[in-house]
Design a protein around this ligand. Structure first.
Ligand code: AMP
Length: 571
């Protein structure tokens, strides 16, 4: 596989990777940000007030595209005023330090106001997907013990009103648009709340005070509520600069929903901490709007996901020239080499993978702009994080380069979650001997690049071989007629499990038996008979989580149902 060398005209902000890795010491880096242990530090002040104090009140903090396509800006000065009023409103409502404020909103500027205002007030902010149904919302709002909720009228009427009696701690609900007739007590328009609110100075938080709450996806049971501290901002700022190449003159677009950790850590904090302008597009996904944003809103740095890139790839025959675009990065699921190379063909920029989790709170491995990309690899560690591949569950037993094991990370990087209130033993379970165990399987090659293999739970054990679903998916996606693939194990009486692939074919031509055989032959050539899928089923689309990850759990159930039916027929 060809390496993609750094473009000679690109001069990334991280210039000397080796020196940064050997010199970085988190206590010093934190102290430089005023976020050392026990220091008074507030991440909203670092993101907004700091720039205003430096005379940059007129710099645009947000460039906002409203649902009707209207285009406006909000300066750092205006954002500071609104967040100070939001914090004042929390104070007037009796919300205290550590109380939880949740938002169920899509990408709208009120998210920025709510999260920055909440952490400014010393309370804890969490975002939830507005596409969640009432039960998922009720479960998370209860676990979070939400005291205030910021949402839309539609979400309130359809999903919150019916569950309100299940949420005893929820006292105030502020709506970003209209107010229904006869609003019950505690239900108000956010604009009215802000208009009456006093301007609040930042609360006296410390670097390790709780600030953000993120839920894990809950694929293996009840979602975990992870708490991150104010000092995580230092990791957001530095990884924003190192991995996303963000700087003060950039227009940055993070397409992640604010219900997902990426939408907050990198959608809100990383650009503001670096003094950049964040593009906030409130419209639903539409390939034409996306290309228009990249072209006409002069986006320089674009952070998105493999699923979004594949959707765009399917919809766009030819991408327009995007002279402003300097860096593309993706996160959330494995990035196959085809998509990296498609970026290069379509936009003149390869896509840079970045790896992290809600638990790590910030990017820990990335294809950095300063280094060559190996398409299909997650990349190299960011300075200050030291990953290793270890025997699953045992960080004291590293495995040799090239072998698959659990990805563990060492380092005192400040974004690692602090605690998990609904699973008090969780942090102790996943941190051992100074290492954090990710639960993901990966391998490191001789050049030090890390390759994702699969979630520990998703590995397929077939006839004595361990097969990572991503290797098979990546091989399938290298076939010109495959636009997306989801691979799982289905039970088999002889092999234990066999590899099944659910494949979304590209639009051209029939998805028939000839194509199925062709894809199978291609997979066998690339993977050998042990890992090649035994069964390929065509699908128009694959199930995804709200953050865009393939829902392999659902595919596994489907495969096992179908295989059960087939063995029933044979019997
Ligand atoms: P979440 O905490 O919901 O963001 O999910 C984190 C999980 O997503 C990780 O543990 C990985 O399994 C997966 N993930 C995130 N980024 C990547 C990536 N770049 N490549 C492969 N898997 C990823």
């Amino acid at each position: 596989m060809e390496w993609i060398e750094k473009h000679p005209d690109v001069s990334p902000r991280l210039t000397d990777y080796d020196a940064e890795c050997s010199n970085l010491n988190w206590p010093d880096a934190l102290a430089r940000w005023g976020a050392g242990e026990n220091q008074p530090f507030n991440m909203a002040v670092a993101a907004v007030d700091r720039h205003v104090a430096e005379g940059l009140a007129e710099r645009p903090a947000l460039r906002i595209i409203d649902r009707d396509g209207g285009d406006r800006s909000l300066t750092y000065g205006a954002l500071q005023a609104q967040t100070a009023r939001f914090a004042g409103a929390l104070g007037s409502a009796g919300v205290g330090v550590g109380d939880r404020v949740m938002a169920v909103l899509g990408p709208v500027p009120e998210v920025h106001v709510a999260v920055l205002g909440t952490v400014r007030a010393g309370a804890v902010f969490g975002g939830l997907f507005s596409a969640f149904g009432p039960d998922l919302l009720a479960q998370r709002l209860r676990l979070a013990e939400a005291r205030v909720l910021v949402t839309t009228t539609a979400v309130y009427e359809r999903k919150i009103a019916p569950i309100r009696d299940r949420l005893p701690s929820l006292r105030d609900i502020w709506l970003v648009d209209g107010l229904p007739e006869n609003p019950p007590p505690g239900l108000r328009r956010l604009a009215d709340v802000l208009a009456e609110a006093p301007y609040a100075e930042p609360a006296a938080t410390r670097a390790e005070s709780p600030a953000l709450l993120h839920f894990t996806s809950g694929t293996t049971g009840e979602p975990k509520a992870l708490i991150h501290a104010h000092r995580a901002a230092v990791a957001h700022a530095l990884t924003g600069r190192w991995a996303l190449d963000l700087g003060p003159e950039d227009c940055f677009w993070c397409t992640a929903d604010p219900g997902w950790v990426t939408g907050i850590s990198y959608g809100v904090f990383a650009p503001l901490l670096n003094g950049a302008t964040a593009l906030v597009d409130a419209r639903d996904f539409d390939p034409d709007h996306w290309l228009e944003n990249l072209r006409d809103r002069a986006v320089n740095v674009w952070y998105t996901s493999p699923t979004a890139l594949r959707m765009l790839r399917r919809a766009v025959a030819e991408a327009p020239a995007l002279p402003a675009l300097r860096h593309i990065a993706s996160v959330g699921e494995p990035l196959d080499s085809e998509t990296v190379e498609w970026g290069l063909r379509a936009f003149g920029q390869p896509v840079h993978d970045t790896y992290w989790q809600s638990e790590t709170g910030a990017i820990v491995i990335a294809n950095l702009p300063v280094r060559a990309i190996k398409p299909g690899a997650m990349g190299l560690p960011v300075p200050g994080c030291i990953p290793a591949i270890v025997t699953p569950g045992d960080p004291d037993s590293p495995v040799t380069d090239g072998a698959v094991g659990e990805l563990a990370i060492r380092g005192d990087w400040p974004a690692l979650f602090r605690d998990c209130p609904n699973r008090p033993d969780y942090r102790a379970r996943v941190t051992r001997s100074g290492w954090y165990l990710t639960g993901d399987l990966a391998r490191r090659d001789a050049d030090g690049y890390f390759w994702f293999v699969g979630r520990g739970d998703d590995m397929i054990k077939t006839a004595g071989h361990m097969v990572g679903p991503f290797e098979v998916e990546a091989a399938l996606m290298a076939h010109p007629r495959v636009s997306e693939a989801g691979v799982v194990g289905a039970p088999d009486p002889v092999a234990g499990e066999v590899v099944w692939a659910f494949v979304v074919p590209t639009g051209e031509g029939e998805a028939d038996e000839t194509l199925r055989r062709d894809i199978l032959a291609h997979a066998r050539r690339r993977l050998g008979p042990a890992a090649a899928p035994r069964v390929i089923l065509f699908r128009r689309r694959l199930p995804h989580t709200r953050s865009g990850k393939i829902l392999r759990r659902r595919l596994r159930r489907l495969a096992s149902r179908i295989s059960g039916r087939q063995s029933g027929v044979k019997a």
